[in-house]
Design a protein around this ligand. Sequence first.
Ligand code: GDG
Length: 435
Amino acid sequence: MRGRDGAWVGWAGETGDAPEAFEESGMWLHPIPLSEQERETYYEGFSNDTLWPIYHDVIVPAHFHREWWQDYKRVNQRFADAVCEVAAPGAKVWIHDYQLQLVPNLVRAQRPDVRIGWFNHIPFPPVELFAQLPWRSRIIQGLLGADYLGFQRTADAQNFLRACRQLDGRSTKGDTVTTEDPDGSTRVVRASAVPISVDYAGLDELARSEPVQRRAREIRASLGNPEVVMLGVDRLDYTKGIRHRLKAYEELLEDEAISPPEVTFVQVATPSRERVEAYKQLRTEIETTVGRINGTYSAIGTPAVHYLHHSYPREEMAALFQAADVMLVTPLRDGMNLVAKEYVTCRHDTGGALVLSEFTGAWHELKQAFVCNPHDIEGLKQVMLRAMSTPEAQKRRYMRSLRRRVSEHDVQRWADRFLTNLEMAPERPPSTKGG
Ligand code: GDG
């Protein structure tokens, strides 16, 4: 946003009245208020306890409440009204994520002059799961108010197109779907993959800086300079496969395939959605497991697992990535997973090894990673061992190739591609194949 002219409409971040709109670093920021009740019903409820589980393979059950849906509609209308207020004539409107799926159609109803795009940061579920949603047709209708819909993977775009066809009887052709507007005219909407990425240049520069390098050495020294540092960095979310990762690690300790202090594991679990029941349960489970592993396998001064339930500044994250020999990214389902791309970006020394779940969007781009299926604990253990024991020269070749991919497909390229797709939709831009 800083590199482009524009207005940003978003939740103020705290409940209650929102501040007046203001300018900051060349951006016009327009905060939207949420009441305490809407935080519970719209945000923690419908967004994070209905949609999030449905869109992530129902790893935990989804909860359906009609009052939550009413508030989802009301808040989406509030966002749409604000967008219509700030958008210049003919503006491009870029709507983000599953919390705002009704906004495209609500904006179109008031502002047929603007171009509307929507990007989904999380997966779009297979039709069999999406079909469970009592409000599925209303969501499809909401999204089809857009000119262009962007997804992380082609499979996500295809899931959406299939839902339009099978659940709503709409006609689809290639990556487009035909919809009818209230005035009876038909319109074609395009849905395709445009995978998100990271600020490669900015993060690479940060990782190369002397303070980050020094901090990385300090971290390794504080861990007792182990031969192998394994690292996990995730929001504390059941989609991230933290339990599976800990189980594999615990079994490797039990099998005596590894042992502290030669090998140690650092898990950063950033606090997240702490008032939602499934997250409370997950935290208890993870912390019990960490306690058990440490109780059994640690010695004084050399814990088997370093568990950190905090969030850290960017510099510290870059230093942690630098310090880690094996990065464990093992989600059960993840739209993209930026941590995998950030790890690769921080390894300008071409050191380290990335273990990556095949159920992440990132896996579709980072094929030189050590792939794993986190449900297969035995397989995951073998992959972890392989990531440690593969000869250095081979690992460097993998890392070079991973870095090339991320450097060539960074976040700027993602934004450019999205905006070009939006401009051209429903036509495909001439230079891209399927994207
Ligand atoms: C959603 C989708 C998709 C984490 N802890 C700290 C911290 N982080 C940063 C990471 C990374 C980001 O948060 C997390 O992004 P992920 O992509 O890994 O996962 P989600 O939060 O689930 O994001 C996901 C993403 O949207 C983008 O489209 O990739 O699939 O689920 O950047 O580094 N950053 C700092 N301190 C922390 O403690 N500074």
